[in-house]
Design a protein around this ligand. Structure first.
Ligand SMILES: NC(=O)c1ccc[n+]([C@@H]2O[C@H](COP(=O)([O-])OP(=O)(O)OC[C@H]3O[C@@H](n4cnc5c(N)ncnc54)[C@H](O)[C@@H]3O)[C@@H](O)[C@H]2O)c1
Length: 267
């Protein structure tokens, strides 16, 4: 399968590129700049997702897209608007025009950040974004629904927790995603015959999870990595309390810019 990987110079792509290539995919990499560890034989094309005209050559002859590109944390509205809202729209429209059949979208747990940690949420629950970044990922998910329902693309949204070789703090014991498990979720999105429009949580086998990922399991997802194997090490480290971040699933994205006045959710 010929697959375009956007955001190919980012941190997640650095972990994923070898795993996806080993799965037999023919990758075309794209980003603003080439990855600093670009290997001989890797196919790279520079493009700004905010430049609609630049995307037609990028998607030509591609069967699918793994869309990681964009601004990956909270940021000013102008930045989020260009990279994540206009960028996502430009890419989906170019994909449709070029006959690309599938897209796997790197959404984020931050579309659900203001759900409380005690609550277990599935993909059907109401969106509660915790940031402009989270809102932009909600836009990407909604855009995917439009291109699936109206134009027949097969779309998989992955609400990614935190991709890393191991969880590094308490929150990440709940939301951690090992790169191999992320690769497994992406391959389901790229290959499963019954994908039309799906949203899965991007997490490994996490006993402390706040998310119900039965929908991913129904499509065959069997995470191989368990955050609990790292719990003793993580829990041995003291963490500074933050009443807002500690209450909500989005953590520090919830407390960032939070005015804490009367009338807003208080711990
Ligand atoms: N890292 C995580 O654990 C995590 C968690 C949830 C969601 N995600 C999502 O997964 C994706 C990858 O995350 P990451 O950690 O590798 O982020 P990253 O910031 O390391 O990589 C994102 C890449 O997108 C590129 N990019 C930004 N704006 C662009 C534009 N206008 N045109 C083309 N390329 C552009 C950047 O140059 C960068 O290389 C992002 O969409 C992020 O929101 C990541």
């Amino acid at each position: 399968m010929r697959v375009l990987l956007t955001g190919a110079s980012g941190g997640v792509a650095r972990m994923l590129r070898p795993l996806l290539a080993a799965s037999g995919l023919q990758l075309r990499l794209s980003d603003l700049q080439p990855p600093d560890d670009l290997q001989a034989g890797e196919d790279f094309m520079a493009a700004d997702l905010a430049d609609a005209a630049a995307l037609a050559p990028l998607v030509r002859d591609m069967e699918a897209i793994v869309h990681l590109g964009g601004h990956s944390v909270e940021g000013p509205w102008a930045t989020i608007l260009k990279a994540n809202i206009e960028g996502c729209y430009n890419l989906y429209e170019a994909a449709f025009q070029a006959g690309v059949q599938r897209i796997v979208f790197a959404s984020s747990n931050h579309v659900m950040g203001f759900h409380e940690r005690g609550d277990k949420v599935d993909a059907e629950r109401m969106l509660r974004p915790d940031s402009r970044y989270g809102v932009s990922k909600a836009f990407g998910e909604a855009l995917g629904a439009l291109y699936a329902d109206k134009f027949g693309l097969r779309i998989t949204n992955l609400r990614i927790g935190n991709v890393a070789p191991a969880p590094v703090d308490r929150r990440r014991l709940a939301i951690w995603l090992h790169p191999e498990d992320l690769c497994q979720l992406i391959l389901i999105g790229l290959r499963h015959p019954d994908i039309r429009y799906e949203t899965f949580y991007g997490m490994s086998d996490n006993a402390r999870a706040w998310w119900d990922n039965r929908r991913a399991q129904a499509f065959g997802y069997r995470p191989r990595h368990r955050s609990e194997d790292h719990a003793a090490r993580v829990l041995a480290v003291a963490e500074a309390p933050d009443p807002i971040a500690d209450r909500f699933q989005g953590g520090a994205f919830c407390s960032q810019e939070h005015p804490h006045p009367p009338g807003v959710p208080k711990p």
